[in-house]
Structures are given as structure tokens and as C-alpha cells.
Write a protein that binds this ligand. Structure first.
Ligand code: AMP
Ligand code: ZN
Length: 436
């Protein structure tokens, strides 16, 4: 059976033929580590974890290399470290550790390599030098910029013309730029900001160059699959292509580009900047990681997901029912329908539908393949709604409000919200309902 994957570059679902079946190479853009990741950030981690599992199944565990980077140099990181009064290193170490624990609890396997941007500055300096030498980049006012006009096929991934890009993007206007879409490869750092010596003075890399440098180092000039969320398509992935191809005689960066859709809250993309998010960590306090994972996999990875607590409760019920049927079983093995669905562009809704019809051993095999262990759920004794605890929390919130401690009363309200409980304040006092 062939594996077919939707390729954003061709906009078609194509048969996947690895460049070298003894080493199938995948790169996925990882987190910028300055704060807790939200459940939207968990989507690419879970989707590409499943792809990693499927590729290992198809080509052998030893024949797949999965690289997911950590962005530990970024202006948001600098700002947050200053705000909290901790060193940048402390902040990035702590956040990277939390991220690893969080997505581990969501059943994601560690990638083969997890490179950090700050440990690959030398590789970035090399590739920037190659781009200057090849006429794709120029130095201006202490910055190095990529000259978009030097690459006539710029825009081929997102299929936009330069005019559309300029109209649609938030273009940073800077006097030293030759073209509006030219983007930063290297920028100067003042004394207080992290910086490294380079041929262009003390500075730090732009965001896009780190992925080109790390992908090149661990996977070579051209590799099989590049993944990330759909928001990275433009400009991040477009710029990665321009940089890597510009430095490598136009050899393609990746054969297949895969993008997951957004996880949304009431129709809006979940995001830190919009403030409409739940962190993985706060959800894990009330929901088993397996429920969060299953809830994600019930939707096809390219479709948007509307995140609801109702969805989490349904996911929990289904898993609980299945775990009761499947234990204990020797030799669980998924059936042909299950694999046919996954090989059709990771069609997890169809794979899960096939489990509803499956024999117990095929069900157990399918669940195991998708990353469900059945252990965590069994030891979880949490009930879905604990009315006494809610009543206690409402009383505590009332006391906090009476004492004008609004920070505490808001905290209690938010804590309940994470558990799917919405408080309603009315003339009769505070009532609660289950969030839809
Ligand atoms: P960031 O740390 O914002 O660069 O995001 C890390 C990863 O999470 C990237 O692959 C993003 O595309 C992805 N991502 C961020 N927000 C969402 C969302 N609401 N739904 C799905 N993926 C997301
Ligand atoms: Zn990237």
C-alpha cells in the first residue's frame, strides 16, 4: 500500500517516495520558548508525532530522522526574561523543559534530534556568508538582508505575487531595505541584548535563518518532508526556501511541505497574542493527556478544530469505553482499514471510525499505534464534574470579592473555566453551567 500525503507545494495529494528509504528525513518548526505552550501549539506536535510513528512503521524505526528545533533566541524571549528578572538562559531552559514534559504527557515521542538555535550560530553565519557570496543577500546599516528580487521564484510555496505579499503582510519599513519584502538574516545587538561576533559585527540572527541552518546540518540540502502550522507558510517557510535554495545552488529544500490547520476557540485561532488560549499545563491538571490527544486526532490535521469542553468530554467517554473492552489482550494489531486510512494523508477520523467497527485486538492495536497506552486513564480517578468542589470554589470567590481581592476571584473563575465550568453572576448570586 502506498502512502499518500498532501503537499502544500503542489496542492495535490501525492504518493510519498522517500529520497532514501534507509533515511527518511523530516523537519518540523518547533516552539519559541518564553512561556507555557497552549493547546493550539500542541497540534503540530501531535500531528507530526503521528507522522513520525507512521513513517517508522512504513520504513523501519531506524530509518526515520525527525528534527524539531527549539527557538531560544527571539526578541519576545529577551523581553520576557527582562520582565521576570531572570537570565535568558534560565528562561529558555525552564520553558523548553516544560514543553518537553507537556507534550510528553500528550503521548509525543521525542524527535531524533532537538537542536537549539543558539547552539547553531556558526552554521547560520556560514549560510549567510554563502548567500552574500551568491548575490542573494546584502549588508546595510549593520544588518544583513535577503534580497527577494534575486530569487524570481520567491512566493512559490504560498503562491503569492510580490504585490500581493506587500499588500497582505505587515511589512517592516526600514530605510536600509532595498525591497519591501527583503527580510533580515542578521541584525546588530546592543550591549544588553544577546549577541555573537560575526563578520557583520556583534549581532543575532533573524528568525527564519535558524531553520535553514539546522535543517541543513542534520538533514542535508534536500530532505523529504517539512512541516509546521499553516500560519508558518508565509513568510517563515517561504523565507526558509529562499535562504536554503539560495545557498544551495537552487536545490529544493524539501520535497513535501505539510501544514496543520488551526485549533480555534469560538471560531478564532487560539493564540498567545489574542489572549484566547488554554495552556497545555492547565488543561493537564484536569484532563488526562490521552483525552487531549484523542480529541486532537478526531479531526483531520488539515481541517480547523473548534476546541470545546464538550469535545473533550466525548473524547474521554469514547476512550474510557474502549479501554474497558481492550484490556487485557495479547498481540494487539491494527487491521488493514486502519492503516489504509492513515496512509491516505493521515486520515485519522477514518482510522478512528474503523476502530469503532474493529475486533478487540485490532482496536487495542490501533489505539497503541496512535499513542494511547491505556495506563494513564486507568489510574486517573478524577470525575468529570465535582459539584462540591465547584460550590466550594464559588464560596471562596465570593469571599475574595468581598475582600476586594479581584486577582484571586479572577483566578478562581479562570481555574473553573479550564475545567469546563462557566460561572454566571446574577441577582440571585452565582450559578454555574458546563461550558459548551
Ligand atoms: P509558535 O511558538 O507560535 O511559533 O508556534 C509553534 C507551532 O504551533 C507552530 O508550528 C505554529 O504553526 C503552531 N500553532 C500556533 N498556534 C496554533 C493554533 N491555534 N492551531 C494550530 N497550530 C498552531
Ligand atoms: Zn522553521
Amino acid at each position: 500500500m502506498t502512502l499518500r500525503l498532501f503537499n502544500t507545494l503542489t496542492k495535490t495529494k501525492d504518493e510519498f517516495v522517500p529520497i532514501d528509504p534507509r533515511n527518511v528525513r523530516t523537519y518540523v518548526c518547533g516552539p519559541t520558548v518564553y512561556d507555557f505552550a497552549h493547546i493550539g501549539n500542541a497540534r503540530p506536535s501531535i500531528v507530526f508525532d503521528l507522522l513520525f510513528r507512521l513513517l517508522r512503521h512504513e520504513f523501519g524505526d531506524a530509518h526515520v530522522t525527525y528534527v524539531r528545533n527549539i527557538t531560544d533566541v527571539d526578541d519576545k524571549i529577551n523581553a520576557r526574561a527582562a520582565e521576570r528578572g531572570v537570565s535568558i538562559r534560565e528562561l529558555t531552559e525552564e520553558t523548553a523543559q516544560i514543553y518537553a514534559e507537556d507534550i510528553g504527557a500528550l503521548g509525543c515521542l521525542p524527535p531524533t534530534v532537538t537542536p537549539r538555535a543558539t547552539e547553531h550560530i556558526a552554521e547560520m553565519v556560514t549560510i549567510i556568508g554563502q548567500l552574500i557570496a551568491a548575490g542573494h543577500a546584502y549588508v546595510a546599516d549593520g544588518h544583513v538582508l535577503f534580497d527577494v528580487s534575486s530569487k524570481p521564484d520567491y512566493g512559490k510555496l504560498s503562491r503569492r505575487s510580490l504585490d500581493e505579499m506587500i499588500a497582505g503582510a505587515r511589512v517592516d519599513v526600514a530605510p536600509y531595505k532595498k525591497g519591501a519584502m527583503d527580510f533580515v538574516l542578521w541584525k546588530p545587538s546592543e550591549a544588553k541584548v544577546p549577541g555573537w561576533e560575526s563578520p557583520w559585527g556583534r549581532g543575532r540572527p533573524g528568525w527564519h535563518i535558524e531553520c535553514s541552518a539546522m535543517a541543513g546540518k542534520y538533514l542535508g540540502e534536500t530532505f523529504d518532508i517539512h512541516g509546521g502550522g499553516i500560519d508558518l507558510l508565509f513568510p517563515h517557510h517561504e523565507n526558509e526556501i529562499a535562504q536554503s535554495e539560495g545557498a544551495h545552488h537552487n536545490h529544493p529544500l524539501a520535497k513535501v511541505w505539510m501544514h496543520n490547520g488551526f485549533l480555534q476557540l469560538q471560531g478564532e485561532k487560539m493564540s498567545k497574542s489574542a489572549g484566547n488560549f488554554f495552556t497545555i499545563r492547565e488543561l493537564l491538571a484536569d484532563w488526562p493527556g490521552e483525552v487531549l490527544r484523542f480529541n486532537m486526532l478526531r479531526s483531520h490535521y488539515r481541517q480547523p478544530i473548534d476546541f470545546t469542553f464538550e469535545g473533550l468530554r466525548e473524547s474521554w467517554k469514547t476512550l474510557e469505553r474502549w479501554y474497558e473492552i481492550t484490556e487485557p489482550l495479547a498481540d494487539p494489531a491494527p487491521d488493514a482499514d486502519f492503516f489504509a486510512a492513515l496512509r491516505d494523508d493521515l486520515n485519522t477520523p477514518a482510522a478512528i471510525a474503523s476502530l469503532h467497527q474493529a475486533e478487540p485486538s485490532a482496536l487495542a492495536g490501533g489505539l497503541g499505534f496512535l499513542g494511547f497506552s491505556n495506563v494513564q486513564m486507568k489510574i486517573s480517578t478524577k470525575t468529570k464534574v465535582d459539584e462540591i468542589a465547584i460550590a466550594d470554589a464559588i464560596e471562596a470567590r465570593k469571599a475574595a470579592r468581598a475582600a476586594k481581592n479581584f486577582a484571586e476571584s479572577d483566578r478562581i473563575r479562570d481555574e473553573l473555566l479550564v475545567r469546563g465550568i462557566v460561572l454566571k453572576d446574577g441577582p440571585e448570586g452565582t450559578t454555574w453551567e458546563i461550558k459548551k
